[in-house]
Design a protein around this ligand. Structure first.
Ligand SMILES: *Cc1c(COP(=O)(O)O)cnc(C)c1O
Length: 425
């Protein structure tokens, strides 16, 4: 065992990991473009963008320069009673990018805090209006993060069983497969009619952690319209779907009816630093704007609006302005679709689906799709052996690589996935 692995085994407690049964971690020491390198020099294609955060590849020079330049000016300052150029620049650029009624940007530290803030914003909105509402609508299978509010509105399963007694009251729609759409819209309307719902929170178009499950634009548009009709605030958790993943910059860009609050993180900082944003309209902001301090949103984190993160996020936006990135997103989408057409009839494929730059392939196991599926560990190891860092979600193997992935690397991924289906199961 290398020195690094020994030290790790002695001191590090890894996330989402049963430390007793899972093998040694990969000792990664370098990243460059789409590739990660371990200490033996072996390379891995970063198939899931390092937990869906990396947008333009590892070690991008523009991101690096932005980080170093900012460090020379100002590494950190609190954001209460203070501002700095990159917080203001980023907020302006985000508001312009989102368009519509979006006007105010609230900073926090990650995806979970961005949804937590959105929930607090919604509850306090009604509280400040002196019409307190305590219910939330969410969708089964959702993942909004690992803090208590975020867990409350997420799927209630073995991931958060020990904490269930502490969750607040949430109603869930069933996952809206095509045949369930009408029934779930009806259910939502009946719930909204009670006038008890503060907000609805969902991952638009693609539920990430539950296995890249996709649902229709028209369903979502109708659901948002219903929420608006009954005055329920709509929160889009675009922590995963943002930044071009669904084929447009944001999943909301596919819709006519727009959310009131949007949560951003993951790809926001190109995969280099942690930051979350909760963005909303002037109308919602105005409900907190008062002479009474108790009406303010009294929430914050030590690193709120960290200048280094803000500078990196601005540099990430610069890169998105390069027309080549939009072209790569389109070609990635096309490549996924043709892979889908090729594999759709494969006997080992239960379903293959794509949305923008995401391709998800559900393997036929005959045992339902559980996270603990034996197949999951076998697939994970097979891809590792073949130089691909790809963490399947149960029996769902998926690709959402950094946008700098080359045609050759992408075709290699498709080939290895096909070979796994043909030879290993
Ligand atoms: C990852 C994720 C989160 C949580 O983000 P963290 O940065 O891991 O806290 C929330 N919502 C969605 C949709 C996500 O994919």
């Amino acid at each position: 065992m290398s020195e690094l692995l020994e030290k790790d085994a002695k001191y590090v407690w890894h996330p989402f990991t049963q430390m007793k049964t899972e093998g040694s971690p990969i000792p990664m020491i370098k990243g460059e473009g789409t590739l990660l390198f371990d200490e033996t020099g072996k390379s891995y294609i970063d198939c899931n963008s390092s937990w869906w955060v990396n947008t333009h590849g590892h070690g991008h020079p523009h991101i690096k320069n932005a980080l170093l330049e900012q460090f020379d000016k100002l590494d950190h300052t609190l954001l209460a009673g203070v501002t700095h150029p990159k917080a203001a620049e980023l907020s302006e650029r985000i508001v312009k990018l989102l368009g519509g009624d979006f006007q105010k940007v609230f900073f926090s530290d990650n995806g979970s805090t961005s949804t937590e803030v959105a929930l607090k914003m919604s509850f306090q909105y009604w509280y400040n209006l002196e019409q307190p509402k305590h219910k939330v609508l969410a969708i089964e299978g959702a993942y909004h993060g690992d803090t208590f509010g975020a867990m409350s509105v997420g799927e209630r399963d073995y991931f958060n069983k020990p904490f269930e007694p502490f969750f607040f009251d949430v109603d869930f729609l069933e996952f809206p497969t095509e045949e369930k759409e009408a029934e779930q819209l009806k259910k939502a309307e009946n719930l909204f009619k009670t006038d008890e719902f503060a907000c609805m929170i969902l991952e638009p178009l693609v539920q990430g952690s539950s296995g890249m499950r996709m649902y229709s634009i028209s369903f979502l548009d109708k659901l948002v319209a219903l929420a608006k009709k009954y005055n329920v605030l709509v929160i889009f958790d675009e922590v995963m779907t943002g930044w071009g993943r669904t084929g447009k910059m944001f999943a909301k860009d596919f819709l006519e009816n727009q959310p009131d609050i949007i949560c951003l993180s993951k790809g926001l900082t190109a995969g280099a630093l942690a930051m979350g944003l909760t963005v909303t309209s002037q109308d919602i902001f105005d409900v907190f704007y008062a002479d009474d301090r108790a009406k303010a949103l009294l929430h914050g984190h030590s690193y709120t609006g960290n200048p280094l993160s803000c500078a990196v996020a601005c540099a990430n936006l610069d890169l998105f302005e390069n027309p080549e990135v939009a072209e790569t997103i389109i070609s990635l989408e096309k490549a996924h679709i043709s892979f889908k057409n090729k594999l759709e009839k494969h006997p080992k494929v239960k379903e293959i689906r794509t949305q923008g730059t995401i391709m998800a392939l559900e393997i036929e196991t005959g045992e339902g799709n559980t996270y603990f599926s034996k197949l999951r560990n076998k697939a994970y190891q097979y891809f590792i052996d073949n130089g691909m860092l790809l963490r399947p979600l149960g029996n769902v193997v998926f690709l959402n690589p950094p946008y700098c992935i080359t045609e050759e690397e992408l075709n290699y991924c498709y080939t290895v996935i096909t070979r796994f289906l043909d030879e290993e199961i």
